[in-house]
Design a protein around this ligand. Sequence first.
Ligand code: AMP
Length: 512
Amino acid sequence: MSSDSQTSFEGLGLAPEIMAAINDVGYTTPTPIQAQAIPAIIEGRDVLGIAQTGTGKTASFTLPMINRLMKGRAKARMPRTLILEPTRELAAQVAENFDLYGKKTRLTKALLIGGVSFADQERAIERGADVLIATPGRLLDHVERGKVMLRGVEVLVIDEADRMLDMGFIPDIERIVKLLPFTRQTLFFSATMPPEITRLSEQFLQAPKRIEVAPPSSTNKNVSQAIIEVTPMRKRAALRALFDREEVVNGIIFCNRKRDIGTLLESLQRHGYPAVSLHGDMDQHIRLKMLEEFKSGSAKYLIASDVAARGLDIPNVSHVFNFDVPSHAEDYVHRIGRTGRAGRSGAAYMLATRQDSKYIQAIEDLIKLEVPREELDDFDAVGSPEKRADKSGGRSAKSPRRRRGDTTPNGQALGDDAGSSGNSGNGEGRRRGLLGRDRRRSQNKSQDKPQEQRSEAKSAVRTAAKPEKPTSAAKAATPKTATATKPTASNKGQSADAFGGNMPDFLKKQLK
Ligand code: AMP
């Protein structure tokens, strides 16, 4: 009998073709949900899986489904199994998983998602699909057109049920379930179990095996974490400074609000950073295109909301940037879990303002770590067009090309970094509030130096505690007792000044 501590896929009851595919993908050990769900599903039991993405839940249902589908054949317009997903991206991802794990079989699938033409989907159904992977709305469209019959469905998977609830899909799901045979196997997955989801699970499942795996509440030790102190108005400049400092292969930037995604996208593109974005309201073609551009590397930065990015599996993400501190601590764990996958190292930065202290506290309580604070020094210069012009031997810093985001001679902001508060003020004025007198003086000093020295000074985006660029090992998240950012006497002064003497408590704590 398998259990959580199962150390190999042997003995779970999977066919040799599937074992070979697992071997090719490189999985050696089943995750806890796989160890428990696979044998139960193969036995034919209903399953209630309380698990989030990242737990390996997709393979926990696709592997035994493929196992079952290998016996028997698909009939035209009568799919044998049905997987319901809340979003098009998740559906597409499950379809990819299906291809990966089923590559040594001859199974067929149809992916029914909105925003793309009906014709190809109808052809796939017509040919006969062993599995239908669908979002609820598009599936019902096909049903209404009379193109698909659900009477032959032997296994139903409802994935991310709580998210279906959030997105208002429950009535659609209830309609779909009424079209399915009463005797079927149902696999129901949800990250959380609010009362409405409990009611549905009781309605749809018969004597299910309940499998609950702990939500990830700890962060991956391969991911170095840091919090950057910043005022709301300087977030975009800070982000650009981080981009310039870090060796970013590709990075996902998380915003809390949809409307900020568009603003940030425009700003980054204007500053020459190849970025795309992903949010719920986007046309399907554009969403898939954006995702593809990011995955292929033609766009280095992907700006996303939690909802749009949830469940997306993008391998090899080097950096995660939290443009906003998430208000749900679990979201932090999800966000930074986008990097450092499959044993690789990654880095996660979070821009924090003084208003964020209680959210940071909640995050640190959840992950049981105190995230090191870092300071970006002179980041205005580092992220600015002037600096990049310097670097490329272009325009001198003294006569920068004026663009949105720069300031007019009389000190009025032209828009880009003025922030949502609408505060304009010139760059120096804004810096004054953030950096305080001492820092300004040191900045002025660097202005008096010869050009080469000045650019060296500008490129030094220093961390408060670590004057040199830390190695990834050194940057690794530090346990609560650690003194990772214990400041020196000199930078203590800087940090205290950074908020004009009103440093938020969560940051003060680091300076004790
Ligand atoms: P999921 O929770 O289904 O979104 O899966 C999260 C990630 O874990 C995906 O990138 C999978 O490819 C990966 N994965 C699934 N099962 C295993 C396993 N047994 N060993 C290693 N990685 C896995």
